[in-house]
Design a protein around this ligand. Structure first.
Ligand code: HEC
Length: 182
């Protein structure tokens, strides 16, 4: 190739580079005009539910979190007799009057297939899971904790009974949920 031909090719290459650069600048201008103040969408987070704060007004009850590590699972199984008329907490247990409770700790609230929950519990659920303290509050006085729940049960007043019971429920799982941090 002679020098003239070489120059033509070189110009063509440079021209292409130039056009690509211009397109880049233009795209930057189009799509990069403004940095959003916050990346992504703001997601409204519900306050971490600890039971006490979100619970409707009612008689005070003690938290169980600190008691779980040393709770008596065997005693909790006995307390569960009060629930067994309506609930099965074993692996593969079926829904009865109340929903199956296997792996209830950290399970999505009101999420058992084939159980027809009350509107009240579904509304209370709002994407939340059963934390230890939510279970504590609910089991202390179901109808105060979830106003309008269809669970016909008065509640368990003794904190030790609730701690043992929840420790038993925790044990009814393939791999029990982590205990609350101290
Ligand atoms: C008379 C029947 C009955 C008794 C007794 C009863 N429950 Fe329930 N339970 C229900 C019903 C019905 C529901 C569904 C409530 C709703 O939809 O509002 C329920 C819901 C629950 C839930 C929520 C489950 C989920 O999927 O979100 C838990 C946890 C629970 N019961 C635990 C217990 C425990 C523990 C006991 C014993 C201390 C107990 N229940 C005693 C009938 C009962």
């Amino acid at each position: 190739m002679d020098l003239f031909e070489f120059n033509k090719i070189a110009m063509a290459v440079l021209g292409t580079v130039f056009i690509v650069m211009c397109l880049n600048f233009a795209a930057d201008g189009l799509f990069h005009s403004e940095n959003p103040e916050q990346k992504g969408y703001a997601i409204e987070m519900a306050e971490a539910s600890t039971g006490g704060e979100t619970a409707p007004a009612g008689p005070a009850y003690e938290p169980i979190s600190a008691m779980l590590a040393s709770a008596d699972i065997g005693a909790g199984e006995k307390v569960f007799k009060k629930c067994a008329a309506c609930h099965d907490a074993s692996a593969g247990g079926k829904n009865k009057v109340g929903p199956a409770l296997y792996e209830i700790v950290n399970r999505n609230i009101a999420s058992t297939d084939g159980f027809s929950y009350s509107g009240a519990l579904k509304e209370f659920a709002a994407g939340k899971q059963w934390t230890y303290e939510d279970l504590n509050g609910f089991l202390f006085k179901p109808k105060a904790y979830v106003k309008g729940t269809s669970m016909g049960f008065g509640g368990i007043k003794k904190v030790a009974d609730r701690a043992n019971l929840v420790a038993y429920l925790r044990s009814q799982a393939a791999s029990p949920a982590a205990l609350p941090a101290e």
